[in-house]
Structure formats: C-alpha cells, structure tokens
Design a protein around this ligand. Sequence first.
Ligand SMILES: [Zn+2]
Length: 58
Amino acid sequence: MTKSFGCADAGVNCSWTTTAESEEDIMKKIKEHANNAHGFKEIPQDLADKVKSAIKEQ
Ligand SMILES: [Zn+2]
C-alpha cells in the first residue's frame, strides 16, 4: 500500500507531493521537506496531526 501526501492537502500553499510505503517513511520525508522548504525544525503537534490525517492511501 502506497501512502501519498502533498502540502496542499494540509492546507499549505505549496505544490510539493511525496509517496512512501509506510507512515514512518512518509513522515520522515515530510519532516525533511518541512525543514528544508518551510523552515520547521520540528513539526508542531497540531500540524503533524493535520499532516497525518491528510496522508492518503493508494
Ligand atoms: Zn511544502
């Protein structure tokens, strides 16, 4: 099962999208992107919850 996420799915004005095989992997990629592109050292808990609920299974 592939998981997919795009910043726009979490209400962020950004066209970045990613896919991964597990929630752990996709959260890792999202954290990296949030750090590099959006300047988050850590994703705040409320945003992390939003991100998790926006992750889609394909
Ligand atoms: Zn983004």
